[in-house]
Design a protein around this ligand. Structure first.
Ligand code: FES
Length: 134
């Protein structure tokens, strides 16, 4: 028998799926806890990295000393894992499955079948660490 808490959990999960699958769903994740992802000395300005954090693959991009971006590595086309790449001298996040590319500073897709941007997480530089709110 489900108590009130069980029913609420089932209801929220269904709601989350409905929101996630909407074409106009927000691409920015609203999370909770800032989490250490990578020491800042391992992400110099102008570089990108892929990191595993709490079971998720995240894409990090450092644009300036205090400006970092973090995105989910889950491709918005069919869910393959997107990775940092350099193509024609341009840093991109690239999907190996069907060739979608995403801008490293916005997560916006170009040059492939993906239509929605990568999900973005709030990222900050906090001392010696890149912090991401998951
Ligand atoms: S799953 Fe990434 S382009 Fe298709």
């Amino acid at each position: 028998m489900l108590g009130a808490t069980g029913l609420a959990t089932v209801g929220l999960a269904g709601c989350t799926d409905q929101i996630r699958n909407r074409a106009d769903a927000p691409s920015h994740h609203v999370g909770g806890t800032p989490t250490q992802t990578l020491p800042t000395d391992q992400l110099p300005v102008g570089t990108s990295a892929s990191v595993e954090v709490e079971g998720r693959t995240l894409l990090l991009r450092r644009e300036a000393e205090e400006v970092v971006h973090a995105f989910s590595a889950v491709c918005t086309h069919q869910g393959c894992t997107v990775a940092p790449a350099t193509e024609s001298g341009q840093d991109v996040f690239a999907c190996p499955c069907h060739g979608s590319h995403f801008a490293v500073d916005t997560g916006v897709p170009f040059g492939g079948p993906a239509q929605k941007p990568l999900t973005e997480f709030t990222a900050t530089v906090d001392g010696d660490w890149v912090m991401v709110t998951l």
